[in-house]
Design a protein. Structure first.
Length: 245
């Protein structure tokens, strides 16, 4: 056929970084939503509803034939972040990831109504609870440890204070490696990083010894003695949770 036709409805969801309730001001929130509508139209998408509450947004839009979901969300975040920062002079950021879910034409009006009533929904439900339900409704398998990009929530296998990062057996050196606690410096506690050889140096380890003559436990090589390894791990955890001790 000579003409390409498409009508793909997508429900897009993303939160503020660490789910901070940055959009508490109704005026700012409305302005952000209107800006997202304008950005969608500029990407040849047809927005049906943009809404949300203080810590996240919902978007129902028809996807342009020329746009990928990843590129569309990237443009939405970049452009709206610039607008918000210029408006309120802050270090505002959106979360790293997003959720995108297909919507049938028959379900369009219920989804529009759902987005319009976000304030009511979230009187008894957090964003995390809502997002889990949507993932489950769409039969999407997910790992709770890697869904959220903040520190502080409780994840299985993670000691208190390490939040939503990798479980203990996967804690690796720090630096700017996504998904890992930035306090761990040079070596994995057990030398078991999947994508690095045992003892691989962190290219950006930070300061070696805070004080002359002070041994930095982050820089100790993993011992071949299992008991000594355990001591090294415990020393690292104590140093992370109580840095001034």
């Amino acid at each position: 056929m000579p003409q390409s036709l498409a009508h793909v409805l997508v429900h897009i969801i993303f939160s503020t970084k660490n789910r901070v309730a940055f959009l508490q001001s109704q005026d700012l929130r409305s302005e952000v939503h209107a800006y997202l509508v304008g950005t969608l139209r500029g990407q040849d998408c047809q927005p049906f509803r943009v809404g949300g509450v203080a810590d996240h947004v919902h978007i129902l839009t028809a996807l342009s034939r020329k746009a990928s979901i990843a590129d569309l969300v990237k443009n939405l975040k970049i452009n709206s972040t610039k607008m918000i920062r210029n408006k309120v002079r802050s270090n505002f950021s959106w979360q790293t990831g997003y959720g995108a879910f297909s919507v049938s034409e028959s379900a369009k009006e219920p989804v529009i109504s759902y987005i319009a009533n976000q304030e009511t929904h979230h009187r008894s439900m957090t964003f995390q609870e809502e997002f889990r339900r949507i993932l489950e409704r769409h039969c999407i398998q997910f790992d709770e440890r890697y869904v959220w990009d903040s520190i502080g929530s409780k994840s299985p296998g993670v000691p208190p204070g390490l939040g939503d990062y990798a479980p203990l057996g996967q804690l690796i050196y720090g630096g700017n490696f996504p998904g890992f606690y930035p306090g761990l410096r040079d070596y994995a506690p057990l030398g078991t990083f999947r994508n690095a050889k045992r003892g691989t140096r962190n290219p950006n380890p930070g300061p070696r010894n805070p004080e002359p003559g002070t041994r930095n436990p982050y820089n100790a090589r993993p011992s071949s003695d299992p008991l000594q390894r355990l001591r090294q791990i415990l020393a690292q955890i104590i140093q992370i949770l109580h840095p001034n001790r």
